[in-house]
Design a protein around this ligand. Structure first.
Ligand code: BYC
Length: 335
């Protein structure tokens, strides 16, 4: 499946020695590049586990983008004004574009789009837990922009310096677009909080109450229970740990909540002078794993919607293939 075969089957023992010497040299060069904070390009040699880890993370990220289109897409036809509808349409289209950049970045590692999507459709591949929660009111759309995209940016800005260059490059553009997403969410909520009715303010508070804890879960399990973190950090794939990013998100969001005039639903939120950070209450990790393992409120619905879109797009893929075959047939005549 990968472009750099590692098997030595059928080789003579001397060949294997030469090969392992060569590999040791390549590994040394790879380690030195990583230690210097350098970048690995698609055609550079890389250890198989580095390649596998990147395929796992980038494809999960790509799946999150396209599954992430669903909760908000649900509100395009019910946006309250033409302006909000145009903004939401642009945002949801951006998420589709992010999915495409990321699938393309994963493909540079020697896997195929078909394989990646098959893993999503069979339920084998993970995507972000956050998209398995329902969008019950229009305020949820604003809160997704403010909190979900806010958490996404916090996590994704350090990935712009990821050691795998095609992923890092994709992330630079994605982060620029995500900051517009976060701003539009905050703006939409601010309008409701400042100029809205009591009922609209209550709707915003209710949405914040439902999304706050799932947003804290987006950053992944605590560092001491995160099996992939140590190696991911060593390889420069992850630059900042799950817990550090979660804390940065809490610190930034508490201040923004004050501007909005909403209450974050955590009685444990308290400024800790000694740490210079906000303390926060215990996260329900049972809920997180339940959602990750397929049993959240909307997991089945989300997967069914992706499979339906894939099945209904079969004619587009067939037409594209037929067109490409016709072009190939014409090529010799043109020559
Ligand atoms: N949901 O060892 P860990 C977005 C899994 S935003 C589901 O810490 P790692 C968007 C993890 O995969 C969201 N699964 O893993 C925003 C691992 O399982 P496997 C997408 C999760 O990789 C707005 C296991 O738990 N962002 O796209 O070192 C609108 C142990 O975790 C979650 C990204 O994907 C979760 N929340 O760290 C539209 C950013 N958290 O694979 C779209 C890139 C953990 O070993 N990804 N797991 O079976 C990352 O930065 C890292 O992969 C994570 C996890 C921080 C998410």
């Amino acid at each position: 499946m990968y472009t750099q075969a590692m098997d030595t089957q059928g080789r003579e023992p001397e060949d294997r020695n030469v090969r392992s010497l060569e590999e040791a040299h390549l590994q040394q060069r790879f380690d030195a590049t990583i230690d210097d904070g350098g970048f690995i390009e698609a055609k550079d040699w890389m250890p198989q586990n580095y390649r596998r880890t990147l395929i796992r993370q980038i494809s999960q990220h790509a799946h999150s983008e396209i599954v992430g289109m669903l909760p908000e897409g649900n509100w395009i036809s019910r946006a309250p004004t033409l302006k909000r509808k145009a903004i939401l349409l642009a945002k949801v289209q951006d998420e589709g574009g992010h999915g495409l950049y990321l699938y393309a970045a994963a493909e540079t590692l020697g896997t195929s789009r078909d394989e990646l999507l098959a893993a999503l459709h069979s339920g084998k591949a993970k995507y972000s837990s956050i998209f398995n929660y329902p969008t019950l009111t229009w305020a949820d759309v604003g809160v997704i922009g403010w909190l979900v995209d806010g958490a996404a940016i916090m996590n994704q800005v350090p990935i712009c310096r990821c050691s795998y260059a095609p992923y890092a490059r994709a992330m630079i553009r994605i982060c620029r677009e995500e900051s517009f997403h976060q701003r539009q969410g905050f703006d939409s909520l601010l309008v409701m909080m400042e100029k809205g009715t009591d009922a609209q303010r209550a709707m915003v508070q209710d949405a914040v109450d439902r999304w706050w804890w799932p947003c804290l879960m987006m950053f992944g399990p605590p560092d001491d229970q995160s099996p992939n973190s140590a190696q991911g950090m060593r390889w420069g794939i992850k630059r900042v740990s799950n817990d550090e990013l979660r804390q940065k998100f809490v610190d930034a969001t508490v201040e923004q909540a004050k501007v909005l005039g909403v209450t974050l639903p955590d009685p444990g939120l308290k400024w800790n002078e000694a740490r210079g950070h906000w303390d926060f209450g215990a996260i329900d990790w049972d809920e997180f794993w339940n959602v990750v393992n397929g049993n959240g409120p909307c997991n089945r619905e989300r997967l069914a919607a992706r499979v339906k879109a894939w099945d209904e797009g079969a004619w587009v893929r067939e037409a594209a293939l037929a067109h490409a075959a016709k072009q190939r047939e014409r090529e010799p005549q043109a020559a």
